[in-house]
Design a protein around this ligand. Structure first.
Ligand code: DON
Length: 310
């Protein structure tokens, strides 16, 4: 096995050669315009060393990866009360599916599908105005990454608003069940702004340090160790929608994907990893992103299922 730097560089080079790169999300016009040949990777080690390769410095739309940060903020705001309005089970359905909501009385399966993240956003708006909640999110990711240049792409947020018919259906349906308490349009507007956060692989991997390091980021406590462990458990079981089982099987790390083609994955105690390639598989997860992570764990032994003899 080479050094981590060599492994990261080699994987990025290998990814350049892959022919079948998946398809770019086409339901949000600005995402459809992203070139399919992009690939970036960043690995932040527990000691703070950062290794990057490819387009690791280029901001992309983190989309559903923001659901991890929104969940963290909502747990901070209301603690375990959150679980009265959203479940903790894998959905086995697409990220924007509505089917389970009827039989399960408007309670989404988990906070990482769209319906669940919309509830999480509504919880945040129980205490804050939309503008304040968006500001809180931006400050949170900037602080986690130690980088004030992180911004929200207003063009993406506007495009989500214009094309978000399914999300509007989900939110209205849950409002009818009483799972959503606030004004549906305000909740969705806030949710769309979270999805429209633009971050590079480097920024994203840095932001994920608190999940790698038992709730601490750069030595500072962000959340408790117990909460970090639980968020990682949810990422492992629910972070890739109906593809979560396969992600656990192939990669074995807590991870969260977004339709912008990013994935944040965490090897607890070892590293925080972000990959980006805009081509998606049929479940809406980055095809090369998953392939790159699979090669990374094969070459490093970072899967959480690897036997670790103390
Ligand atoms: O709600 C949506 O449709 C998007 N803004 C976010 C979805 C997403 O990233 C799902 N991910 N794979």
């Amino acid at each position: 096995m080479g050094s981590i730097a060599e492994i990261v560089t080699a994987i990025a080079e290998e990814m350049r050669e892959v022919g079948s790169r998946g398809t770019v999300a086409d339901y949000i016009p600005p995402l459809a315009a992203v070139p399919l040949d992009k690939f970036g990777m960043a690995v932040v080690m527990a000691d703070g060393t950062v290794h990057t390769a490819g387009d690791a410095e280029e901001p992309f739309s983190i989309q559903s990866i923001s659901k991890v940060f929104a969940l963290t903020l909502a747990l901070g705001a209301v603690g375990d009360q959150l679980w009265e309005r959203v479940g903790r089970e894998p959905s086995g359905s697409a990220f924007n599916s509505i089917v389970q909501l009827e039989t399960e009385h408007g309670i989404p399966r988990n906070p990482f599908i769209n319906a669940g993240a919309i509830v999480v956003t509504d919880v945040l708006l129980g205490r804050l105005q939309p503008r304040e909640a968006i500001g809180q999110m931006l400050r949170f990711v900037r602080e986690l990454a130690g980088d004030d240049s992180i911004a929200i792409d207003e063009m993406v947020a506007a495009a989500e608003r214009e094309t978000g018919f399914r999300n509007r259906a989900l939110a209205n349906y849950m409002r009818a069940f009483g799972t959503i308490h606030g004004d549906v349009e305000l909740v969705l507007g806030t949710y769309f702004h979270f999805c429209a956060l633009a971050m590079s692989c480097r920024q994203l991997a840095l932001a994920g340090r608190y999940l790698m390091d038992g709730g601490r980021s750069d030595g500072h406590r962000v959340i408790s160790e117990k909460r970090a462990r639980r968020i990682n458990a949810l990422m492992m079981s629910c972070g890739h929608y109906d593809n979560s089982g396969d992600f656990a099987y192939r990669i074995g790390l807590p991870g969260k994907s977004g339709v912008g083609g990013g994935i944040l994955a965490v090897a607890p105690g070892i590293a925080s990893v972000a990959v980006w390639s805009p081509g998606l598989n049929e479940s809406g997860n980055s095809r090369l992103g998953q392939m790159a992570l699979e090669r990374l764990v094969q070459r490093t032994g970072w899967s959480v299922f690897e036997p670790r003899i103390p």
